[in-house]
Structure formats: structure tokens, C-alpha cells
Ligand binder design. Structure first.
Ligand SMILES: *Cc1c(COP(=O)(O)O)cnc(C)c1O
Length: 417
């Protein structure tokens, strides 16, 4: 049974049946999925959710399928880690890390959106899926298409990290490196999507795809014991995730699954590609596109599709935004690893670095609950830290050699933030 009422324009509110549509035919506004919450309220209780398997489909009434899900059946319900070590370094009382660096199958939060997109693509009868990607989406579409037996066309900027390219190629999709940045890849893909009858997960079926991100927020609330935290720090590329975390908490509140929802949302971007951060800081709702130049390539979208909506939810929530330089990103990746044992990619470095700034600026008080969104895995972006780490000791296979080298070892640095 489906709980979807239909599609709705985010600008003019015009309603449409749940077909393949991504811009409003009247005002060109973007389209989102609308649900019948009264009907959902009757079936979706805390007890019902808790009985279900620990994957993202435990919230399936709030996802836009007409049939049972067929993709991403092992995706989601990643750990919400209570941080003690990093919390101590930052001087805060209640800190959590929502860790999608271990999401299944491809180690990023994109497995959530792809789970919904491919399940929906199959409902619509597509045999070929495609995407424009900054890396993680490519990995996830390639892997999930392999599982589903669908053909995949994947378009990426040519200069992506080696780890992201191999982690797509291994599934044997048609991988297309475009000599240009993500915004150029995306423009090309819009043209291709208009001509070929493929399910472009983040173009023509984007309204469905984007709903998958809500499960990240649902899980935060459930794993906190059915409550919303006071602060959530979210990395932004196209800006969709932060808006869907907001929608997830709003829906849980509306359904009576959490008692209140006063969460402040914060956006984090790389300094060399921070159009949403700039808009928030300058209080200018018009997003000025930029040419990306940052090591945080998964976030390197210069003209973010959901930029205005991200700006809007952050402003209305009372949150803020910060950008991180390349050095700050690297230091933050190391800090998270050394304190919590979590190896995140550059996007996670951006989030941790921005969090440090919010705390220093006293925008986030030290005694309130904070959730940091870690959305991707460091094994995919190893080159950014490879020559920034302590070298292993190199010894002869003898006790003497070990003790001699051990004596020369520099004493460990202490963190300072
Ligand atoms: C895509 C991505 C994001 C941001 O997603 P948007 O919804 O486009 O803002 C964050 N982190 C990682 C690791 C990503 O791959």
C-alpha cells in the first residue's frame, strides 16, 4: 500500500499524480513528494518501527514507493556513536556522530537515496539507470545497479579521486569521465536525460531519490531515544540532505513520534566551494554560483540545485554555516580518526572543522546535544592525507633495531583546536 498523495510543486503548490516529473509545468519550481500523514499516523508507531529489521526501510510508509522496496535492503541503520573523546577535545557535553561512512553497500549516505531511486526506477519499468556524480553517488548507483541487474551510465568529473573511480569501475558500469567540473557534468546529463529514456536518479527521478535522505534524520531521532537533538551539522553539496533532515524531523513531530522539534541546522562546505555558506552568512537568498576549488570533491557543486532551500531551512531553524580550508579539512579528518576511530573522507573533515568553528564562535553552547553528520569513508580519498601522517617505523627484524628506532620516534602531538 502506498501512502503517497502525489507530487507537489515546492513553489506554487500545484499538485500532480506521482509520475515522472521533476519541474513544475506551470512555474518551473522544483517538485517534491506529498504524503497522506493521517493515514500514516494510524499505522506507523514507535513500537511498529522498533519491531522491523534494522535498515532504512523500517520507515517505508514515509518513502515514495507504491510496492515493496526491491533495492537497498541492507542499507541504513548505521551507528549513532556517542562521542566521549572528541567531545572532551571540543569541550562539549553531549556529542554524537551519525556514521554513514560504514553504510552498505558503498560506504556513504548516497546508498540511501539510491535505494529509493532504483526501487522507484524499477516500479516505473526502467532498465537503464544513470547519474551525474561527484563520486559517492557514482559508487552507489554502480553497485546497486549491479545488484538489481540494471544497466548503468555514470557521469563524473574527470579529476575525481582514484578511490572513487575504482570504487565505481569495479562494478563494471559504463563510466564516463567528463572533462569539466560537476556543474558541467550535470548540465550535460540534463541534455542526455531529455533524449534517452533512462532513469537519471538525480535528474528526472530526483523528487523520489531525494526522499531517501530523510532516513538519515529518522535514524538520528530514533537512535537518540525518539527525540530530536538541539544541533545538527550537515555537509552540503547540492544542499538536499540538510533540507531532508529537516523534513524528517518535521514528519516525526507531526506523526507524534518525537515530542518536540527545535533543532538548529548548520551547513558545512569547503572554502573553495561554499555558495550556500556565503548566502547564509551574507543573508542573501540568491545563491551565487562559484567555480569549485577544494579537496572536498564530493561537495564540489558550484551551482547547488537545492541551494535556496538549504539556505532557507538553516535560516528558519536559527542555525548557521561555515566553510573549511583544505588544511582545516585534513586536520579535522585526523582529529576524528585519532579520537573516535572513524576514518572519514574530505566531506567529514569539512563537517568536523565547521563544528569546531561553531563551538568556538559560541553559536553552539557546550551543554546542548549535538549531532555531527559523517557521510562518507576516508578509504576513498586517501591521497589527501597520505603524506600528512606519521611515517611507520622501519626496522630490521631484530629486537635491537626495534628499540633503536623506537627511541628516535617523536613524541605524539597533542590536539589543539
Ligand atoms: C553527496 C554528498 C553530500 C551532500 O549531499 P547534498 O544532498 O547534495 O547536499 C554530503 N556528503 C557526502 C559524502 C556526499 O557524497
Amino acid at each position: 500500500m502506498s501512502y503517497v498523495k502525489g507530487l507537489k510543486c515546492r513553489e506554487c503548490g500545484r499538485e500532480y499524480p506521482a509520475n515522472i516529473l521533476f519541474v513544475c509545468e506551470y512555474c518551473f519550481g522544483s517538485i517534491e513528494v506529498a504524503y497522506d500523514y493521517d493515514k500514516i499516523k494510524k499505522v506507523l508507531t514507535r513500537q511498529e518501527i522498533e519491531k522491523r529489521p534494522k535498515n532504512m526501510w523500517r520507515y517505508k510508509e514515509l518513502l515514495p514507493l507504491s510496492k515493496e522496496p526491491s533495492d537497498g535492503l541492507t542499507t541504513g541503520f548505521t551507528p549513532l556513536v556517542r562521542s566521549h573523546n572528541l567531545a572532551k577535545v571540543l569541550g562539549v557535553k553531549e556529542l554524537y556522530i551519525k556514521d554513514d561512512s560504514v553504510n552498505h553497500p558503498t560506504l556513504s549516505f548516497k546508498d540511501r537515496v539510491v535505494a529509493v531511486a532504483l526501487s522507484k526506477a524499477k516500479e516505473f519499468g526502467f532498465r537503464t539507470v544513470a547519474c551525474a556524480s561527484t563520486g559517492n553517488l557514482a559508487n552507489s548507483v554502480a553497485a546497486n545497479a549491479a545488484i538489481a541487474g540494471l544497466r548503468a551510465f555514470i557521469f563524473i568529473p574527470a579529476d575525481l579521486e582514484q578511490g572513487k573511480i575504482i570504487a565505481s569501475s569495479i562494478y563494471n558500469p559504463v563510466l564516463v569521465k567528463v572533462e569539466g567540473n560537476y556543474d558541467e557534468v550535470n548540465r550535460l546529463c540534463s541534455e542526455i536525460a531529455a533524449k534517452y529514456k533512462w532513469a537519471f536518479v538525480n535528474i528526472n527521478i530526483r523528487p523520489y531519490y531525494a526522499e531517501g535522505s530523510k532516513t538519515y534524520g529518522f535514524e538520528i531521532a530514533e537512535q537518540l531515544g525518539w527525540r530530536a537533538p538541539k544541533h545538527i551539522i550537515v555537509p552540503a553539496a547540492g544542499g538536499s540532505l540538510v533540507t531532508k533532515i529537516k523534513k524528517s524531523l518535521q514528519e516525526f513531530y507531526q506523526l507524534g513520534l518525537i515530542p518536540e522539534f527545535k533543532t538548529k541546522l548548520y551547513v558545512a562546505q569547503g572554502e573553495g566551494c561554499a555558495p550556500i555558506v556565503t548566502a547564509i552568512k551574507e543573508d542573501n537568498e540568491i545563491i551565487k554560483p562559484v567555480k569549485p576549488k577544494t579537496i572536498a570533491k564530493s561537495l564540489a557543486i558550484g551551482n547547488p540545485a537545492d541551494g535556496f532551500y538549504a539556505y532557507d531551512v538553516v535560516k528558519k531553524s536559527g542555525g548557521w554555516a561555515e566553510a573549511a580550508s583544505d588544511d582545516e579539512i585534513i586536520n579535522a579528518i585526523k582529529l576524528l580518526a585519532e579520537t573516535e576511530g572513524i576514518f572519514t573522507e574530505t566531506a567529514g573533515g569539512v563537517t568536523v572543522a565547521a563544528t569546531i568553528k561553531f563551538i568556538k564562535e559560541k553559536r553552539i553552547p557546550k551543554d546542548e546535544s549535538i549531532v555531527i553528520c559523517i557521510t562518507g569513508n576516508g578509504l576513498k580519498t586517501q591521497e589527501v592525507v597520505a603524506d600528512k601522517l606519521a611515517k611507520p617505523l622501519k626496522i630490521k627484524p631484530s629486537l635491537g633495531s626495534f628499540e633503536e628506532e623506537q627511541k628516535k620516534r617523536p613524541t605524539a602531538d597533542h590536539y589543539s583546536i
